[in-house]
Design a protein around this ligand. Structure first.
Ligand code: FE2
Length: 346
C-alpha cells in the first residue's frame, strides 16, 4: 500500500494507492489541498481512481466533487449521503476495489447518518466516528448519540485491536492510534453503559464549527464556496502591490485609473488620492459611461482586497483586458499611513 496522510489544520485526509497497479483513492480530500493531492499522486506514480468522503462534512470544504470532475473519477460515499452528485454509493459490508487494494465499508452512523469507516489491510479510516482519544460529535445535523453508541460499541470496538486508526480529524499532531489503544485510553469509550454514553454525548455543549452553514450548503449541493469564487477570480487577474500603487500616486501617474468599488459613504470618508467611485453593486450597469475606453489600465480597490478581485475579474470578462486588482485594500492602505483624500472626487 502506498500511503500519504495530509493534514490541514485538524482535518486529516489520505492518499491510498495500490503499489501493484498504481490506482489510488483520496479519502476526505479538502479544497485547499487539491494541488497537493495531485502532486503527491504524481510523485508516487499513482492515478487517482476514486474520491471518497467518509461522511457529509460540516466543518470543512470537501474537494471530492471538484477533483472527481477534474479527474473524471467517481465520487464515492455511503448510500445514505444526501448529496445528489455521488457516483457510487457503498452499503455496509461492501468493498471498493482500488487496483488490488480492497477498502471495506462499515456503515457507522452517529456522527452523521451517512458516516462510514473503511478498512484497508492493517488500518481503518475511521472518519469522525472514532477519533484519537475522542469520538466525533453527535449534535450536528443528522447526528445521533444512540446510533454512535451502536457503531462504536457493537461494531468498531469489536474489530482487531491491532488495527491502526486513522481518523478524519486530529488536532494534537498525532498520526494514528490503534483500536486497542482507544479501548483502553479513550476517555469517551470508558462510558460503556449505553445510557451513560448517550448522556455524556448530549451534555458536551460544543460550539458550532465555523463555516457550518457554508460547509453543509456546498458539500451537499456541490455549490461554490466564497473562497472558490475568490480563487477563481484571482486566477484571472494580475495584482498590484500597495507599495507600487503608492509610488504611482506619489509620482502623479494619471495613466492608471484607480476604481474604488466600495459604497459612497466609505469613499467619501477616505479614498486613495485620485480614485474614482464606482460601487460594485453598480459596476456592470455604469461601466459603459464611466469607463468608455476598454484599453485603459484600471485598478480596482475595496476595503479588504477581496471584492476588488471579483470586480477586476468582472471587468476582464467585459473586455477590460488591463484591469488589475490591488493586493490589499483600503484597510491596509490606511494602516500603512499612505495618503488619502476625503470627500467627493476633485
Ligand atoms: Fe465530520
Amino acid at each position: 500500500m502506498i500511503f500519504e496522510q495530509i493534514t490541514t489544520g485538524g482535518c486529516q485526509s489520505y492518499l491510498v494507492g495500490c503499489a501493484d497497479t498504481c490506482a489510488a483513492v483520496v479519502i476526505d480530500p479538502e479544497k485547499s489541498q487539491i494541488d497537493r493531492y495531485l502532486a503527491l499522486a504524481m510523485r508516487h506514480g499513482l492515478r487517482i481512481r476514486y474520491l471518497l468522503d467518509t461522511h457529509t462534512h460540516a466543518d470543512h470544504f470537501s474537494a471530492s466533487r471538484q477533483l472527481a470532475r477534474q479527474l473524471d473519477a467517481p465520487l464515492v460515499m455511503h448510500r445514505a449521503s444526501p448529496a445528489p452528485f455521488v457516483d457510487m454509493r457503498l452499503d455496509d459490508g461492501e468493498m471498493l476495489a482500488v487496483g488490488r487494494l480492497r477498502l471495506q465499508a462499515l456503515h457507522t452512523p452517529g456522527h452523521t447518518m451517512d458516516s462510514m469507516c473503511l478498512i484497508a489491510e492493517d488500518r481503518i479510516f475511521s472518519g469522525d466516528t472514532l477519533l484519537i482519544g475522542a469520538t466525533g460529535r453527535s449534535d450536528l445535523p443528522s447526528g445521533d448519540p444512540e446510533a454512535l453508541y451502536d457503531s462504536l460499541f457493537n461494531h468498531i470496538l469489536h474489530l482487531d485491536p491491532a488495527l491502526k486508526v486513522y481518523p478524519a480529524h486530529e488536532y494534537k499532531g498525532r498520526s494514528h492510534s490503534t483500536i486497542g489503544q482507544e479501548i483502553t485510553d479513550n476517555p469517551r469509550l470508558q462510558k460503556r453503559d449505553r445510557a451513560e454514553f448517550v448522556e455524556m454525548m448530549r451534555s458536551l455543549n460544543l460550539t458550532m464549527p465555523t463555516h457550518i452553514t457554508e460547509a453543509l450548503r456546498t458539500n451537499m449541493s456541490g455549490g461554490k464556496t466564497v473562497a472558490d469564487l475568490l480563487s477563481e477570480a484571482a486566477e484571472r487577474v494580475p495584482f498590484m502591490s500597495l507599495g507600487e500603487l503608492k509610488s504611482r500616486v506619489d509620482a502623479g501617474d494619471d495613466e492608471l485609473i484607480i476604481l474604488d468599488i466600495r459604497e459612497r459613504e466609505a469613499y467619501l470618508t477616505a479614498h486613495i488620492p485620485g480614485a474614482r467611485l464606482l460601487p460594485r453593486g453598480q459596476l456592470e450597469l455604469r461601466v459603459n459611461q464611466e469607463l468608455p475606453d476598454p484599453t485603459r489600465h484600471i485598478l480596482t480597490c475595496c476595503e479588504l482586497g477581496l471584492i476588488s478581485t471579483l470586480a477586476a475579474s468582472t471587468l476582464r470578462t467585459m473586455g477590460y483586458q488591463r484591469a488589475v486588482a490591488l493586493d490589499g485594500g483600503m484597510k491596509a492602505w490606511r494602516a500603512a499611513s499612505y495618503p488619502v483624500e476625503h470627500g467627493p472626487a476633485q
